[in-house]
Design a protein around this ligand. Sequence first.
Ligand code: EPU
Length: 431
Amino acid sequence: MTKYVITGGKPLYGTIDISGAKNAAVAIIPAALLVDGVCRIENIPQISDVTLILNILQDLGAEVRTVNRTTVDIDCSHIRNQPVPYQLARKIRASYYLIGALLSRFGSAQVPPPGGCDLGGRPIDQHIKGFTAMGADVDVRGGYIHATARDGRLKGSQVYLDIVSVGATMNIMLAATLADGLTIIENAAKEPHIVDLANFLNSMGADIMGAGTDVIKIRGVDRLAGGTYSIIPDQIEAGTYMAAVAAAGGQVRIHNIIPKHLECITAKLQEMGVSVVEDGDDLVVSRRGALNRANVKTMPYPGFPTDMQPQIAAVLCLAQGTSVLTEGVWDNRYRYVDEFRRLGAQIQVDGKVAVIEGVSQLTGAPVRACDLRAGAALVIAGLAAHGVTEIDSIYHIERGYEDIVRKLTGVGADIKVVITPDQEEAQPNVG
Ligand code: EPU
């Protein structure tokens, strides 16, 4: 059993370097399947979700060469169109991008339904709606999603998304890149990683316009050639460390970020009495006095990100007064609340709304990470709490946070990885 053991109550001081964005990397790596040649991808975060998706590509015949800690060369010139390995694909949500990528390149794909953090229902009907509009037949047989372009190659089409979906927007973008003709995605998601995927594909020769707005136009091209691309910094990793400073106090320079991507998090923390000062590619975050209560509602970008909801909840637990948190994206993203209560938090949940009564102090306790962001939120709560917090099931956290223990230790946190001789815990499917 591997745990994080945190002795909290110490303010944080120093600098934290932000890694490449997880949710951009897990789309851009499958996008390399569309490229006939070598893609050099820089600023790749070293996290287990990235390792998994690279392993899947290798299984399909990609040559993957590590250039340095954050750079890989991927050559998909000799890729095979074969069923994606079941046990790997179902461990990760982003395996659904292999449907769009393989369908675009080969006209057919066989991919297991994706895994994913348990956040309530996670359908992919909007992805399928897009593929179908582009002339694919899609069905599920023998545990696999089978998608086949009726004419051998997808045809450009107009797709209006019924729900703003990050995954569907990027998957349809992948499918349309090598399709015949123009695809228009309306009511598209606008997250920074959507722009990053479009920039990656365009740098390899694709013709995509409008990413970052709600109408994206993709004119299909015959082939993509190789090139070099650097992934954007991780908005959510940066926001998580900003929330950690807000909760634990101190002053930390969050280095190598795009301030624009963090505007809604910055604004909310400022409303709560946290100082956030922009300095080029850095934000300097400090908190000395009391935290003010606030209401937070998560929404698609540029709204407050759902992937920061548990972390901001950790901060609100320590704010003066009553805060109302509303989850606007997922059906069930409050599974962590019982673990927070072990630390002394006062939270009531009714459906998508959580009412948080701030307490003057949290106290350390043994807790369990139930998913990636909930795990990060427990780390934040543990850093602020008095006494010792032990967090288990930390594999969830390591899916999405590169070197979290080293980064926090570097700013003065007392956090250690402790391996107990118990049998290694079984890792269920995550993603
Ligand atoms: N939805 C549908 N049908 C679809 C697709 C989505 O009804 O076909 C619904 C979902 O059930 C949800 C909403 O639309 O209620 C938004 O889902 P979206 O498709 O945007 O989510 P996703 O693409 O599956 C990605 C991230 C999540 C992040 C969401 C929202 C990846 C691999 N995952 O998921 O990240 O919460 O966008 O921003 O990019 C995380 O990093 O912790 C994480 C869960």
